[in-house]
Design a protein around this ligand. Structure first.
Ligand SMILES: C[S@@+](CC[C@H](N)C(=O)[O-])C[C@H]1O[C@@H](n2cnc3c(N)ncnc32)[C@H](O)[C@@H]1O
Length: 204
C-alpha cells in the first residue's frame, strides 16, 4: 500500500472526526478568541449586497458575531451567506443557531458539508471569501487556496486567518502576492493573536 498516496484522505477523516466529536464544546472553548479575530476582520468590511463564502464555517461563530455586531448591514439588503465545512456536527451546531433567528435572514444562509480542497460551486461566484482558523487543517494549503480563488469573483475581498504555528509565513505571503493585490497583514495591538490574518483583493 502506498501510504503517501493515502495520507491526505486519512488526515482529513481524522480532522473531520476530531471536529465532529468536539463540536458540542467548541463554542465554549473558542468563542472568545474567535470573536477577537472577527472584530479585526470586520473593521472595514462591507457585507451588504455581497455573496459571502465562509470557508470552514464551523459552528457559525463568525455569522453569530455578524448578527450581534453588524446586523444592520445585512438585514435590509441583499445578502447571501454560504458556510461550508467538512464536519457535519459542526454544521449542525450552526444550523441550531439559525433556527433561533427570524426567517428573513434564515432564507439567505446556506450551509453545505464540503471539502475546502474540492468546493461544490461554479467558478466566479463569491464577492467575499472569509476563512478563519481553518486552512491550517488542509493537507495541501495551496490546493485549498486555489479552490477558493476559483470560486471567487475577480476583485473579491479575501480574508484569511491561519494559525501562525502551522504556517510557513514567508512562503504563504509570497504565494498570496501572486494572485492578490493590496495584501495587508492585520495585527492586534499586543500582537498576541494565535492567527496570522491577511486581507487582500483578488485579481484574476
Ligand atoms: C478551528 S475551526 C474554525 C471554525 C470557524 N471558522 C470559527 O472561526 O470558529 C476549523 C474548522 O475547519 C473545518 N475544516 C477542517 N478541514 C476542512 C476541510 N478540508 N474542508 C472544510 N472544512 C474543514 C473543521 O471542520 C472546523 O470546523
Amino acid at each position: 500500500m502506498n501510504n503517501k498516496k493515502n495520507s491526505p484522505p486519512i488526515k482529513k477523516k481524522r480532522i473531520m472526526e476530531s471536529y465532529d466529536s468536539s463540536s458540542h464544546i467548541y463554542d465554549k472553548r473558542y468563542k472568545k478568541i474567535q470573536y477577537e479575530k472577527f472584530a479585526l476582520i470586520l473593521k472595514d468590511l462591507i457585507l451588504a449586497n455581497k455573496i459571502i463564502l465562509d470557508a470552514g464555517c464551523g459552528t457559525g461563530l463568525f455569522f453569530e458575531y455578524v448578527l450581534k455586531n453588524k446586523k444592520e448591514t445585512i438585514s435590509y439588503s441583499f445578502f447571501s451567506f454560504v458556510g461550508i465545512d467538512i464536519s457535519l456536527k459542526m454544521i449542525e451546531k450552526f444550523k441550531e443557531k439559525l433556527l433561533n433567528q427570524n426567517s428573513k435572514i434564515f432564507q439567505n444562509i446556506h450551509l453545505i458539508m464540503a471539502d475546502l480542497e474540492n468546493l461544490p460551486f461554479r467558478s466566479n461566484i463569491f464577492n467575499i471569501a472569509i476563512s478563519v482558523t481553518s486552512y491550517q487543517n488542509l493537507p495541501d494549503l495551496t490546493k485549498g487556496l486555489n479552490e477558493t480563488i476559483r470560486v471567487a469573483r475577480n476583485h473579491a475581498s479575501f480574508i484569511i486567518s491561519i494559525l501562525k504555528k502551522k504556517l510557513d509565513k514567508i512562503n504563504f505571503l509570497k504565494n498570496m502576492k501572486k494572485y492578490f493585490q493590496g495584501v495587508e497583514l492585520i495585527e492586534d495591538k499586543e500582537k498576541t493573536l494565535e492567527d496570522l490574518i491577511i486581507k487582500a483583493h483578488l485579481i484574476k
